[in-house]
Every structure is written in structure tokens, then in C-alpha cells.
Design a protein around this ligand. Structure first.
Ligand SMILES: [Zn+2]
Ligand SMILES: [Zn+2]
Length: 366
């Protein structure tokens, strides 16, 4: 099967076929002229089938099917989405930084003074420690997730364990590696391209991404729950101000109330949305799958079920072990030093060789 041809070759082929078509259109010597019914029916059929052949010869491929046609039709849409995601990645990162900064500022300006003024000492200490620990974890993991490369197959090396060839990079693809059309490169153990990080989530930054999601969700839940009383107070005060004209010195107070409402609405919404996403990733990691592998495995499960077989994920080592592998926990103390505190340790393995439940000589093409 010829996968691709130069445009010159395609053009000459099209011209040759067009010439043949013209020759067929020409009435034969001694034959009847156009309009004669028996000729029209015979020649028309011949012309019709030849035209079909001509048309099909331009695009026919033995691997073409409905999916290929659909993919071709949606190619411009994919192109637009890829480019928009690529260019808007920076905007999304700025948005995350801006919103997080605004939340932190509101807490320092309006929430923390209230806590210091009204709460008993043990609660003040708890809020100071918990709030700052969550802030540190969110900032650290977000910075690391955006700046750490997800990992790519080594360039120029041909003899690496691979399951297929990347048609875009024309390079061998190790197991669990997938091509990212936004980054336009192959990514080791690719999970997905995250526009909020403006980076791909892969082997080397998967832990940072998950920790960021987890700590950001926890941080939002913490902010939302600890500012709930203030929010209710601010909400009723704002309602009161709209019903009766506010006193002249109430501008600062109104700003504080509006800021607290903004803080509560934002953190609650992010807690729900990001909480759902985090839960999905927690389920995937517990199963030993990446987001890309989830789709592939789903198809594989259906395919094997039809044959009466059961699909077994080769990268599933048991829920606890999957988590230990992702978080890089090798001994008990690591749960504290590597999970609950900021840590820059590298993940297990190089992202090319995978310790799967099947033999390494037969890596699964997923
Ligand atoms: Zn590639
Ligand atoms: Zn990417």
C-alpha cells in the first residue's frame, strides 16, 4: 500500500486518468453520434464506471473506512482546537495565577484579620498552619507541573523498546507513549494535554499534576468552609445595602463583603469542578491507567469480551502499589516527606521500559 505520494505524482496520475476519460468520451470511428440511444446507454455506463474509478483512484486506500473519512472531515476542527489550546495555554496559566493570587489576597486582607480578632488561640494556630501548608503545596506543585517536561522518547536512538512507530514524528514509540498534537511531539506515558498547565501531563510530571489537583481541591474546600460564616454575613449585609441607601463611610465595608462573596463563590465552584476531575484521576491511577489508556482499554475490553476473553491491564499492580509507584513512595517515611511535603524526587523508571505483568518481550501496544 502506498501511504503517501508527492503532489507531482498525484497530478500526473490525475492527468493520465483524465486523458483516458476524454478518449472514452470521443465517439468511435464509424460509430453513432451523441444522442443515439443504444450508444448512450452502453457508453454512459462505461463512462460512469470509469469516472468512479478515476475518482476513487485519487483517494482510495485499502485502510480507508468510515472513521478515516470522519477524521478527515473533522481535521480542520482539530487543527483549530489544537491551535487555540496552544495559544491560549499562556492565557489559562495567567488566569490560574491571577485567580489564586486574588483568593490569597482576600484571605490576607479580610478573612485572616477576622480570624485573628475573633477566634481562640488554638484555632488561630490551626488556620495559620493549615492555610499556609496548603498554599505552599499548591504553589510548589503548580510550578513544578508547568515547568517540568513530561518526558519524550530519546531522539536519534533507534534501538529502544517500542510497540509502534509514530506516524507524525517518524520515530519508534515506547509502550504507553502517545503523540500530543498540541505539543507536536511524542510524550512518555502521556496522560493528557492540560491547557491550565500549558503543558502535557506525562511520566515526569504526572505526580506534580495530581498533587496540584489534590491540594488545590483541598485548599478550595478549606477556604470555602472556613469563610462560609463570613459569606453568609456578607451576603445579607450586601442585600441590606441594596434595599436601603448605604451610609457614606460604608465603601470599604462593601468592598470587603463583595470580596468575601467572590472568594466563596470562586472557591466553592473550583472545589466542585476540580474535585470531580481529581476524583476521576484518582480512579484512573488506582486502576493503573492513564486517561489515554482508559479509552484504549475500554475498546479492548469490549473486543475481548465479544471473543469470550477477559482484558487484563498489564500496568495494574494493585491499587496501593499503583499509588506507591506514582508518588515514589519506597518506605513509610516517604508518605510524609514525599507526599505531605514538597519534594522534587524523580518518578520510578525512565518512562521507556515498563515493568508490566506480561513479559517485556511482548509489550502491549497501548
Ligand atoms: Zn510523535
Ligand atoms: Zn501536549
Amino acid at each position: 500500500m502506498r501511504v503517501s505520494s508527492s503532489w507531482r505524482w498525484q497530478l500526473s496520475r490525475a492527468m493520465r486518468l483524465a486523458l483516458c476519460w476524454c478518449r472514452l468520451c470521443r465517439p468511435q470511428k464509424g460509430g453513432r453520434r451523441w444522442g443515439f440511444k443504444p450508444w448512450v446507454s452502453g457508453r454512459s455506463l462505461e463512462l460512469w464506471s470509469y469516472s468512479k474509478l478515476l475518482l476513487r483512484s485519487l483517494y482510495f486506500n485499502s485502510l480507508s473506512n468510515g472513521d478515516t473519512l470522519l477524521d478527515c472531515a473533522f481535521e480542520p476542527v482539530y487543527w483549530i482546537v489544537d491551535n487555540v489550546t496552544r495559544w491560549f495555554g499562556v492565557v489559562f496559566v495567567c488566569l490560574v495565577v491571577l485567580l489564586t493570587t486574588s483568593v490569597v489576597l482576600i484571605i490576607y486582607l479580610f478573612v485572616l484579620p477576622t480570624i485573628l480578632r475573633t477566634y481562640p488561640l488554638p484555632w488561630v494556630v490551626w488556620h495559620l498552619c493549615c492555610g499556609h501548608w496548603l498554599l505552599l503545596m499548591v504553589v510548589f506543585h503548580y510550578y513544578k507541573a508547568t515547568t517540568t517536561s513530561p518526558g519524550h522518547p530519546p531522539k536519534g536512538k533507534v534501538h529502544i523498546p517500542s510497540v509502534s512507530m509514530c506516524k507524525k514524528c517518524i520515530a519508534p514509540k515506547p509502550p504507553r507513549t502517545h503523540h500530543c498534537s498540541i505539543c507536536n511531539t511524542c510524550v512518555l506515558k502521556m496522560d493528557h494535554h492540560c491547557p491550565w498547565l500549558n503543558n502535557c501531563v506525562g511520566h515526569f510530571n504526572h505526580r506534580y499534576f495530581l498533587s496540584f489537583c489534590l491540594y488545590m481541591t483541598l485548599g478550595c474546600i478549606y477556604c470555602s468552609s472556613s469563610s462560609k460564616e463570613l459569606f453568609l454575613e456578607a451576603y445579607s449585609a450586601i442585600e441590606r445595602y441594596y434595599q436601603t441607601p448605604p451610609p457614606p463611610d460604608a465603601v470599604q465595608e462593601t468592598t470587603a463583603y463583595k470580596s468575601i462573596i467572590f472568594l466563596w463563590v470562586l472557591t466553592s465552584s473550583v472545589a466542585v469542578a476540580l474535585g470531580g476531575l481529581t476524583l476521576w484521576h484518582v480512579i484512573l491511577i488506582s486502576r493503573g491507567e492513564s486517561s489515554v489508556e482508559r479509552h484504549i482499554n475500554k475498546k479492548e475490553i469490549t473486543r475481548l469480551r465479544e471473543k469470550g476473553k477477559v482484558f487484563k491491564n498489564p500496568y495494574h499492580h494493585g491499587t496501593i502499589n499503583n499509588w506507591k509507584l506514582l508518588l515514589g513512595v519506597e518506605k513509610r517515611s516517604h508518605w510524609f516527606t514525599r507526599v505531605l511535603l514538597p519534594s522534587s524526587h524523580l518518578p520510578n523508571g525512565d518512562g521507556i521500559m515498563w515493568d508490566c505483568t506480561f513479559t517485556r518481550r511482548d509489550p502491549m501496544a497501548i
